[in-house]
Design a protein. Structure first.
Length: 462
């Protein structure tokens, strides 16, 4: 919350309390307080624009101003009680939005040594028809946002948090569009189209895959964090699966799901979705080599011989399958992902990491456990760490979109800790150490990295 928001709420609570109690000694300052609150609201509007969070507060100011001007002393006790009850309800309604969602969330700040740049590639794969839309002329699009080490003096503006801001549909998933009205003010810590750092001639590449239906935006804290440690992170949006993404022709694509012919566990549907993702991943890797010399030579700064992959949820399972089928991928990290279908036989042992949220309720995770044990066997072992305080969504930005009271409440209900920045930083540090060791053929003591954080334990790999 900005300082002016905090001041506004404090003044609003104070003045509403005065009106509710109505002691005679306070009557003389009620009008000046109302005037001060109106001035604060006008200043906020002029500097930051309209926030939907303020609507109940604006209404409360109008009601209190009218009461200060027109309310008479000789009204009945019943009317006074009704007025007090109304003020209390309106005051609660004015505070409630600020207790649930933040108008401009604050993301986890990157901790690495490099400034972060970002740019977006919107590619069309003309060799593949789009299977999800009814238009027979549609070709498969793949949208990639690169996060990378930038030149130290890069001074461009930060990137937009969410694809298509300013052109969003009425709903993004199940969330109304107006929730995102001020997300253009979010500091992503990524400078848009900044020059890539020349401290290395070529940089290692991390392909990052989102959870089922998620947008790449909701992993910005982890993506920017990894880039600050010296990786070019290519975060893929899978159109018509992601809740929102903008295609090469400017079209805003939202989720399309048709699993009416699948069984109750949606296994076949999820296998089909995973296979589409694998084709998207291989297409993206192809672009690293085939489009060198384009896009200001950005792609020529990517090392084709140092490509690793990571993902969350379905993205984590997709990462494992992608490594099994594509020898160009040197290591994979699965963050809390469940495998659907069979894993193709990989070509020899490969470095594999499983990073997971609290799995103490084992009966809920039978398929998850079975699939990941299969991954460990086929990749010849690996590393496994559990973040005891983390929930499935702790690896995303989702907790940061909530105000602290709502975050605290959600944490109590879901049973995870309420410090998402710690989860993000731990995730980035462990991924960084794992990928550094895998790409440089060096032993990395991941246990010592995990030991920097409270509540991370290494689990045995069967």
């Amino acid at each position: 919350m900005k300082s002016i928001d905090v001041i506004f709420l404090i003044v609003l609570i104070t003045i509403a309390t005065f009106f509710t109690v109505m002691p005679k000694r306070f009557k003389g300052i009620l009008k000046p307080l109302c005037a001060f609150t109106i001035v604060l609201a006008l200043v906020q509007l002029l500097i930051y624009g309209f926030y939907w969070h303020y609507l109940p507060g604006y209404l409360l100011i109008v009601v209190m101003a009218m009461m200060a001007v027109f309310l008479k002393e000789d009204i009945s006790k019943l009317k006074k009680r009704l007025l007090r009850f109304t003020l209390v309800i309106m005051l609660l309604a004015s505070i409630l939005p600020w207790l649930i969602l933040l108008p401009v969330p604050v993301l986890t700040k990157p901790q690495g040594d490099y400034k972060v740049g970002t740019r977006i590639f919107r590619w069309a794969d003309n060799s593949r028809d789009e299977q999800i839309t009814p238009d027979p002329n549609d070709k498969r699009n793949v949208v990639v946002q690169a996060w990378y080490p930038a030149e130290e003096n890069a001074g461009t503006s930060h990137s937009d948090y969410l694809d298509g801001l300013g052109h969003l549909p009425e709903k993004v998933g199940i969330v109304p569009r107006w929730i995102f009205d001020h997300y253009d003010q979010i500091n992503t810590y990524g400078m848009m189209n900044a020059p890539i750092s020349k401290m290395q001639s070529q940089w290692p590449v991390v392909i990052f895959l989102t959870g089922n239906g998620a947008s790449r935006a909701f992993y910005t804290s982890v993506l920017a964090g990894l880039a600050s440690h010296g990786y070019v992170v290519l975060a893929i949006d899978h159109p018509y699966e992601a809740m929102i993404t903008q295609l090469a022709n400017g079209k805003i694509a939202t989720t399309i799901e048709d699993h009416s012919n699948d069984g109750p566990d949606l296994t076949n549907f999820m296998i089909g979705r995973l296979n589409t993702r694998i084709a998207d991943i291989r297409f993206v890797i192809d672009q690293i080599g085939s489009q060198k010399g384009s896009a200001d030579d950005f792609l020529s700064a990517l090392d084709q011989n140092r490509i690793v992959i990571a993902g969350h949820s379905l993205g984590g399972a997709s990462a494992a399958v992608a490594m099994a089928v594509d020898s160009r991928i040197k290591a994979a990290a699965n963050i809390d992902g469940t495998l659907y279908g069979e894993l193709p036989e990989p070509n020899g042992p490969r470095p594999f990491l499983l990073l997971e949220s609290n799995k103490s309720e084992k009966d809920r995770y039978v398929r998850y456990e079975k699939g990941n044990q299969k991954l460990f066997r086929q990749f010849g072992g690996g590393y496994r760490y559990e973040l005891v305080e983390a929930d499935h969504y702790s690896f995303t930005d989702a907790p940061l979109l909530l105000a602290f009271p709502a975050r605290l409440f959600a944490g109590r209900i879901l049973g995870f800790g309420n410090i998402p920045t710690r989860t993000h930083n731990a995730t980035v540090d462990i991924l960084n150490a794992f990928f550094y060791g895998a790409l440089n053929n060096r032993f990395t003591d991941l246990d010592s990295v995990a030991a920097r954080y409270q509540g991370i334990m290494r689990k045995p790999v069967d």
